[in-house]
Design a protein around this ligand. Structure first.
Ligand code: MTE
Ligand code: MO
Length: 315
């Protein structure tokens, strides 16, 4: 039986400032609720210990918006299609094949991941390339923890990710009109994937990941545009060459491999200087707009990964 039990408590209680919980914290919450899990003092201590990169000084996007305004073309191209259609996906049994340039290739069962990996709660900004954004309390673990298990070879330079193909359960993959080439694929440089901010998420808002958000496991890389956050992953491959990515393959001039959030590099068809916070009250000029930050606000942590690179060329 899985030791990972999502806490059944109001998310407003656990996430107002972006808590960071280890598995013991989550289990405590699951077993006894907020009061038993943490006396006020312990709670404050946990908060103080939270690395600032895992907290966000902004209001959380409502769970309603996080779970009904989605991009997941396997279930349709409309923002509300995934919440309507993703219920048909069976997320058990589920395995992830991890291989390529590694010493110990393996097929890992999702139950093993839920049982053995230390889940943390982290609040991250998410910035879509379409210039809207959210602030989301994820539950997940650093990709590094999984990479350590398979032992990448010295020749491995990139990590390639693949989403499930199952037209019987993913209606956007069935029928005559196909929005994208399947499987949806993405990639990171190995050092990007190893960065502690890059996680594989298995939950949000204190609960198991909803299907529309990429159950049972998806990538979250907070300094990159949302499309890098590939959902419902079934395969991870270490490679020497830069792997293909779905949106880059579709339209390379609009979506680069790096996809680092960059207010100074406009999308060919719109500005990336600002973004619309989903769910925030609309202002006089149509939407709560905030300035987009370099690397989505994570520059202090990740800018060094790109030292010496021309980021207008490697967008
Ligand atoms: N497999 C798959 N992953 C995907 C997508 C998709 O269509 N298919 N859309 C991407 C895009 S464009 C965004 S913005 C994010 C949205 O994640 P969310 O719906 O959980 O907010 O998922 C990304 N991951
Ligand atoms: Mo997106």
């Amino acid at each position: 039986m899985s030791r990972y039990q999502p806490p059944k408590i109001a998310s407003s209680e656990i996430t107002p400032q972006g808590l960071y919980l280890n598995r013991r914290g989550l289990m405590g919450l699951a077993a006894g609720g907020i009061a038993a899990a943490a006396a006020p003092g312990a709670f404050a201590a946990a908060l103080t210990a939270t690395p600032s990169a895992y907290k966000v000084d902004a209001k959380l996007t409502s769970k309603e918006d996080v779970t009904t305004y989605n991009n997941f073309y396997e279930f349709g191209t409309g923002k509300e299609d995934p919440s309507r259609n993703a219920g048909s996906l069976n997320t058990r049994p589920w395995t992830i094949e991890v291989g390529g340039l590694v010493a110990k290739p393996q097929v890992i069962d999702i139950e093993t991941i839920m049982r053995d990996y230390t889940m943390e709660e982290r609040v991250y900004r998410m910035r879509c390339v379409e210039a809207w954004s959210m602030v989301i309390p994820w539950i997940g673990f650093p990709i590094s923890a999984l990479l350590d298990k398979v032992e990448p070879l010295g020749s491995a330079k990139y990590v390639a990710f693949e989403t499930l193909v199952r037209p019987e359960e993913m209606q956007g993959q069935a029928g005559i009109f196909q929005a994208l080439d399947w499987p949806y694929v993405e990639g990171l440089r190995l050092d990007e994937a190893r960065h502690p901010l890059a996680i594989l998420a298995t939950g949000l808002y204190g609960e198991t990941l909803p299907n529309q958000n990429g159950a049972p496991i998806r990538l979250v890389v907070p300094w990159k545009y949302g499309f890098k956050g590939i959902k419902s992953i079934v395969k991870i491959t270490l490679t020497e060459q830069e792997p293909p990515s779905t949106w880059n393959r579709l339209q390379a001039s609009e979506y680069g491999f790096y996809a680092n959030v960059n207010p100074a590099v406009d999308h060919p068809r719109w500005s990336q200087a600002t973004e619309r916070r989903i769910g925030e009250a609309d202002g006089l000029f149509g939407g709560a707009r905030v300035d987009t930050l370099p690397f989505n606000g994570y520059a202090d942590e990740v800018a060094s990964l790109y030292a010496g690179m021309d980021l207008t060329k490697f967008y």
